[in-house]
Design a protein around this ligand. Structure first.
Ligand code: ADP
Length: 353
């Protein structure tokens, strides 16, 4: 199977009159890991299933490589797929589970044992070939599911919340494992559905942020984190302070306090939202200084999260600060600040991708 990327061209999916995927345009380059990140119900799985061929779009096209696969049945699309609940056949041994896709594809009989061994080797499961799924842990079952998906040497690998049934430690191990597999299979395009931003930030080359059936934002993890385009992205990818500001001829003000910020095309007179990451807010005087009062202190081991009510309106600003000689007390008056380049101005009303 040759690699070649995935392309959604204006793909919409509806159940009855409810549109659950609205005009999705998105390309996954050959060899790229694209995470579809968003809250539950935002349409991520639907998008993935449209690539797999388990749902039929009401409009638009899905391409794998140069091939329009919109009308093709799932088994003719050359995809490997792994879902949350492993979905192994309980009565089949590991090796037969892994061979299943190859047989369905009518791979030459003589090739099958070698391909099964190769896939099990790749996922570290070679020693378990003769076991049944019930004799394996959850993490091992998921490795077998991955081996089964890889056995057909897919050009495209679809992963739907593959780690969400695993406990935290195992999840972290498997995340490293998936990163390694991706390095070993540099030509395979991976579409990875998750609601977990850590998984998306760790694994993805780019993240497509979904909300309410629509693509909201798409970019590298660094881009989305540093320069989110929408409030939704800012709050869903990382932690964010979002404060309403006014953009005037003279610059940006927060409740009357002038701020130094790049306005990046936000027009004077427009309402806008200022996004600043909590760890980029410092305690003490500096650029964009704001006077305020401590409203809450949370100790988090390596940092303190301070909630500071700033300005005339007493808006809450979160500041994550490191070691403090003296922990501020509730009600203390403090000054907080942030560097001009750490504030991102979001135009109001930009919610659609
Ligand atoms: P996500 O993966 O982001 O959690 P989904 O793509 O699974 O979201 O679902 C998007 C929306 O489509 C949800 O509101 C869900 O209830 C609805 N939906 C999904 N599958 C079906 C179906 N077979 N019939 C009707 N509605 C569905």
């Amino acid at each position: 199977m040759s690699a070649g990327g995935i392309r959604f061209e204006n793909v919409s999916v509806a159940y009855g009159s409810t549109v659950v995927l609205d005009s999705l345009d998105l390309s996954v380059e050959p060899g790229e890991v694209m995470a579809l990140l968003g809250p539950s119900g935002s349409g991520k799985t639907t998008a993935l299933r449209a690539v797999a061929g388990f749902v039929q779009p009401v409009s638009g096209r899905v391409l794998i490589g140069e091939r329009d696969v919109t009308g093709l049945p799932p088994h003719r699309r050359g995809i490997g797929m792994v879902v949350q609940q492993y979905a192994l056949f309980p009565h089949m041994r590991v090796e037969d589970n892994v061979a299943f896709g190859l047989k369905a594809q009518k791979a030459p009989k003589a090739e099958i044992p070698g391909r099964v061994a190769e896939a099990l080797e790749m996922t570290g499961m070679a020693a378990y070939a003769r076991r049944h799924p019930r004799e394996l842990s959850g993490g091992q079952q998921q490795r077998v599911a991955i081996a089964r998906a890889l056995a057909i040497r897919p050009g495209v690998l679809l992963l739907d919340e593959p780690l969400s049934a695993l406990d935290a430690q195992l999840r972290s191990d498997m995340l490293a494992e998936l990163a390694r597999l991706h390095r070993e299979l540099p030509d395979v395009s991976i579409l990875y559905v998750t609601h977990d931003q850590v998984e998306a930030l760790t694994l993805a080359d780019r993240i497509a942020v979904m909300d309410r059936a629509r693509l909201q934002d798409c970019g590298t993890p660094q881009d989305l984190y540093r320069r989110p385009r929408t409030e939704f992205t800012a709050s869903f990818v990382g932690n964010a302070n979002l404060l309403p500001v006014t953009v005037g001829e003279g610059g940006v003000t927060l409740d009357g306090v002038a701020l130094t910020l790049a306005t990046d095309g936000v027009l004077p007179g427009a309402a806008a939202t200022l996004c600043v990451r909590p760890h980029l807010v410092g305690l003490g005087d500096g650029p964009n200084a704001l006077r305020g009062r401590i409203a809450e202190v949370q100790w988090r081991g390596s940092t303190h999260r301070l909630h500071v009510e700033v300005g005339a309106a007493g808006r809450r600003l979160k500041a994550d600060v490191g070691e403090l000689r003296e922990t501020p007390a509730l009600g203390d008056e403090v000054t907080v600040h942030f560097a001009p380049e750490d504030g991102v101005l979001l135009a109001a009303g930009v919610t659609d991708g």
